[in-house]
Design a protein around this ligand. Structure first.
Ligand code: 3H9
Length: 698
């Protein structure tokens, strides 16, 4: 028993004849925080001390069996007893212990099951070892006991994928002894009695030997490192599993060291920030109030965006009315939706029956009048204010009272759009990211007059679509595209001044981005940026260095990236190769501007690009466009391919510290004082020694 520890009644014991039921009741997910750990040790010591019970069943109250260690405790000083020690106490219990799992027994929760002498699960529930997803590895015996029970291949699969495995599959692999139906407490009582009666065999996992396969382990380690070269924990996880041929106490020591090594990494902190950030973005009053019921969504525009949005809504079980002006466009939209859904079936994300049902909920239409009865409209047409205002004026006349009117605009002023209606309180921005049926980000843009109920409806829709809804205020580009416009300039300057697009891409991919910015531009279509540059040409600040000459010239040749087979890269071959003529364009532009190219190291590229991103992200927080730094982080993780293990631009900024960022900006400003300016918020943070994490808390 730990000194001075209090069990806080999260673990209670019932004695029922010759069996004991130990219940963990620690809402919301029965995480094994300090009180639970203390309570379990106390319960085991008391029952073994008394020696009266002939079997013990451990079960959990509420929606799930233990969902793992309490992640909120990570990164803080640990309080004994540690979870592995608790599980050793359970394994050493002279009285046999059976675990009864329901809901999602994850991480330390599944490991609790593994240390017991028998495992029973309620049908339909799931088990998993998701530690890999938060920069860790199963650190409470999972890497040692699972291979002993279910073999090394199954242990590698579960712990490296982090997937939630149906208990029926886990039973087949040997990780679970019996799958039953019933309520957890009743099952716990039955199973404890079954142990006493000899109907449920028990065994100690430490007495089982794992069939060892050194080659498989070596292959798994190489594959894990190749798949995630930036991550330490998948490789460490294989190292820990590789120790399962040692006696259990020795293997557990190796596991513990590997676990602690991972705990020390910034990746673990980044991934846990991402875990909580994903939940915290919608944990705000704006998302929680009453919302309007949405069953049928109108989507205006059958292009890539509109079709993607319609696909997302149909996949979530909503009815969709898709409106296009011409039959050809409408047919194309319907066909794109069909292809998107086929893709989901192919990837095993949707059954063929569900796809047919989804298509059955789609009503194509050529007139806006078809939107008279819908609950929510999402306009996804060409980015021109006049066009949007005209559509919203018509919607005002057509849509039923109480319908929510949303624009998918990426940067236009929602207030100006809302002013085209007599009901600006019903108008908001719902900014999806392409492909809208895949990308999880949804910026929910609040207009000056948007009603709280309408905003909450936006968040409810995000949840229904399984998207991460982030609140944003009106400005050019909202959170994500506004920041992108700023650091996009930085990559343009890097190339003007001496880097090649390929070097910029490589440096940032090595940093962890899914794709470098030039590959992304080729994918999105270079014409989009070209149009924006032409549109904004008149408003350009004369003091700002123009970074558009190179992409302008590429576009003038009709090369718009992937869709034309040519952009920064050539797409004729199976893998894209650098477009040699782009190098000629770059040379010509530099010569015209009298620029002598200079060498940038990959690190310098990353530092400048990330500093530029942080600068505008800080301004977005400072002026309230984003509610908190974590909202910016989630926008980048879920909409811009930002490396999840780095937590987002402002979490990453905290790893550098405000003082270092200010020093960098001042250094870069020696060459370009107009572009590189220190935002007041960063200067203040540097002076006070505070961080963006502090702002998340306030
Ligand atoms: C581990 O076990 C390490 C060990 O191997 C070794 C240790 C030595 N801790 O997701 P939801 C909160 S690592 C603390 O919205 P759902 C969550 O933040 C752990 N809090 O619900 C939220 O709080 P709020 C391995 C946790 O039904 C609330 O619970 N385990 C934890 O959609 C509801 O969560 C995992 O990685 C936690 N472990 O999904 C499991 N889990 O209401 C991570 C949840 O204030 N958890 N919370 O926003 C999950 O995957 C999902 O939460 C779960 C429920 C599937 C359980």
């Amino acid at each position: 028993m730990a000194d001075g520890a209090v069990s806080e009644n999260v673990v209670t014991t019932e004695i029922l004849g010759d069996v004991a039921l130990v219940c963990i009741d620690n809402p919301p997910v029965n995480a094994s925080g300090h009180a639970v750990r203390v309570g379990l040790v106390e319960a085991m010591e008391a029952l073994n001390g008394a020696g009266e019970a002939k079997a013990i069943a451990i079960w959990c109250a509420g929606r799930t069996f233990m969902a793992g260690a309490d992640i909120r405790e990570f990164g803080k000083p640990s309080k004994p007893p540690a979870l592995p020690d608790v599980f050793n106490v359970i394994e050493q219990s002279a009285i046999p212990v059976v675990a009864v799992m329901h809901g999602t027994a994850l991480g330390g929760g599944f490991e609790l099951g593994l240390c017991c002498h028998a495992r029973v699960a309620i049908a339909g529930s799931k088990v998993g070892l998701p530690e890999v997803l938060i920069g860790l590895l199963p650190g409470a015996g999972g890497t040692q006991r699972l291979p002993r029970l279910a073999g090394i291949p199954f242990a590698l699969d579960m712990s490296l994928s982090g997937r939630q495995v149906p208990v029926e599959e886990a039973a087949e692999a040997g990780a679970i002894d019996r799958v039953v139906t019933g309520e957890p407490r009743a099952v716990a009582l039955d199973m404890a009695k079954a142990v006493v009666a000899g109907d449920l065999p028990t065994r100690r996992t430490d007495q089982i030997e794992a069939a060892y396969d050194a080659d498989l382990l070596a292959e798994a380690k190489a594959a894990a490192q190749a798949k995630n070269p930036n991550l330490v924990n998948p490789g460490k996880c294989v190292d820990a599993i590789a120790a399962c041929n040692l006696p259990l106490p020795e293997g557990l020591k190796v596991e513990r060291q590997c676990f602690l090594d991972c705990m020390e990494t910034p990746q673990r902190a980044g991934l846990i920030h991402a875990f909580f950030g994903e939940r915290a973005v919608s944990n705000i009053p704006e998302a929680k109030g009453p919302s309007r019921d949405v069953q049928t969504v109108g989507v205006i525009g059958g292009g890539t965006m509109g079709s993607g949005i319609a696909t997302a809504c149909l996949s979530a079980g909503l009815n969709v009315v898709l409106v296009e002006v011409a039959q050809e466009g409408l047919d194309r939209g319907v066909s794109t939706i069909g292809k998107n859904l086929d893709g989901a079936v192919k990837r095993g994300k949707m059954s063929a029956e569900k796809k047919d049902a989804a298509l059955g909920r789609l009503t194509p239409a050529l007139e806006l009048d078809a939107l008279a009865a819908v609950d929510l409209v999402i306009e996804a047409v060409f980015e021109k204010m006049e066009v949007k205002r005209e559509i919203f004026g018509k919607l005002d006349a057509i849509c039923k009272p109480g319908a929510v009117l949303a624009s998918n605009t990426s940067y236009l002023d929602i207030n100006e759009i809302a002013a085209a209606t007599s009901r600006p309180a019903d108008v908001l921005g719902l900014h999806f990211f392409s492909p809208a049926h895949v990308m999880r980000l949804l910026e929910i843009v609040q207009g000056a007059e948007t009603a709280p109920e309408v905003l909450a409806t936006g968040f409810a829709l995000a949840k229904k679509l399984k998207k991460v809804g982030v609140l944003a205020q009106v400005c050019d580009g909202f959170i994500g595209n506004r920041i992108l416009a700023h650091y996009g300039l930085c990559s343009g300057y890097l190339v003007l001044d001496g880097a090649s697009p390929q070097q910029v891409d490589r440096a940032l991919e090595d940093f962890g981005f899914a794709m470098g910015p030039y590959k992304v531009s080729d994918l999105a279509g270079l014409d989009i940026g070209w149009e924006t540059r032409k549109r904004k040409a008149g408003d350009r600040d004369p003091a700002e260095r123009y970074a558009g000459d190179i992409p302008d010239r590429i576009c003038e040749r009709g090369w718009f990236g992937r869709k034309t087979g040519r952009g920064y890269y050539l797409y004729d071959a199976s893998a894209p190769v650098p477009n040699p003529e782009v190098a000629e364009i770059i040379d010509a532009v530099r010569a015209e501007k009298g620029l002598t190219p200079r060498a940038f190291s990959d690190q310098d590229i990353v530092d400048r690009y990330m500093t530029a991103m942080i600068v505008e992200a800080a301004r977005v927080v400072e002026d309230g466009t984003a509610k908190r730094p974590l909202d910016v982080d989630m926008v980048f993780l879920f909409g811009y391919g930002f490396p999840r293990f780095r937590g987002g631009p402002l979490h990453y900024a905290d790893t550098l510290g405000a003082a270092e960022i200010v020093a960098r900006i001042e250094r870069y400003a020696e060459d370009d004082p107009h572009y590189w300016q220190v935002p007041a918020i960063l200067r203040r943070m540097a002076a006070e020694g505070t961080s963006f994490a502090d702002l998340n808390k306030s």
